[in-house]
Design a protein around this ligand. Structure first.
Ligand code: SAH
Length: 262
């Protein structure tokens, strides 16, 4: 996969890409990251990338010309390569669709992505209207620039590429992959400060362990993110467990609140 990033501060990407799984994926050529400074696509003496907003107001807005030129230059280069098809150009913006594991999965299917990072007050609306093919937000809060959001998206996407995590890791059982949260993990020592690892994990009984893990998945998703539970996607036994847990929670709540009608 090739990822092109447009930013005013491409240096912000250098450190994260120099370590660990990112670095290994790049060294093994599983992914190539091309950083572009938007300023390099300006033509005036001062390399102007932003300007005052029409209609007044505070802050500066990124000008459309250098961003269009940068994306067009990338497209020209990529289209020269054989087999190049459509090229998603993704704008990072707090107004975009909310990023999640499913979107990461979807993006990991492309051979090529362009990510456009805004700054200051944002980007001229014509970039969104006529250049971007997708808009992504990493959450309902506002950051100073699109660089951290782009890193979040890149991280989530490249760890899904075949070969990136290697044999020692597995993304299959991670939280959100099948729509639920992961079971709790333990490592040595078996007893730490008096807190013991659940007995079943030391039993060596794989069937029991996997039953325990599945139960934990349901339990903690129900406790923390009940919105993620889709009854129709569960096994009959698991549905039973959800019902049991929900009714025991209700009972304990009503005994606390002492509300007879509950
Ligand atoms: N005035 C804009 C916000 C500008 S924030 C608005 O209200 O919509 C400056 C830049 O940071 C944006 O252009 C975007 O690229 C990036 N950014 C900020 N918060 C973000 C978020 N939650 N998700 C993705 N990008 C974000």
């Amino acid at each position: 996969m090739r990822i092109d990033v447009l930013s005013l501060f491409p240096q912000m990407f250098e450190v994260p890409f120099s370590f660990g799984i990112f670095k290994r994926a790049i060294d093994q050529k599983l992914v190539s990251i091309h950083l572009h400074n938007i300023r390099d696509y300006t033509h005036d003496k001062h390399h102007t990338v932003d300007d005052y907003p029409y209609g007044g107001g505070s802050g500066m807005v990124l000008k459309p010309e250098p961003i269009f030129e940068a994306v067009e230059a990338i497209k020209d280069e990529v289209h020269a390569e054989a087999g190049a098809a459509e090229l998603p150009s993704i704008l990072l913006t707090p107004q975009g669709r909310l990023f999640n594991q499913q979107i990461a999965q979807e993006l990991s299917q492309y051979r090529h992505l362009i990510l456009i990072c805004g700054h200051y007050e944002g980007i001229d609306e014509r970039v969104r209207e006529h250049l971007a093919t997708d808009e992504i937000s990493i959450g309902d809060y506002v950051l100073t620039g699109g660089e951290l959001p782009a890193l979040v998206v890149i991280d989530a996407v490249i760890r899904l590429l075949p070969g990136v995590l290697g044999a020692e890791f597995s993304a299959r059982e991670d939280s959100h992959v099948d729509g639920l949260l992961e079971y709790p993990q333990y490592t040595r020592p078996a007893v730490f400060r008096g807190w013991a690892v659940p007995e079943v994990l030391l039993s060596g009984n794989h069937a029991q362990i996997s039953r325990w893990r599945r139960e934990q998945i349901i339990r903690r998703t129900l406790e923390r993110r009940p919105d993620l539970i889709k009854m129709e996607e569960l096994e009959p036994e698991e549905r039973q467990l959800v019902k049991q847990l929900t009714s025991s929670v209700k009972k304990s709540q009503s005994s606390v609140n002492k509300e007879p009608e509950e």
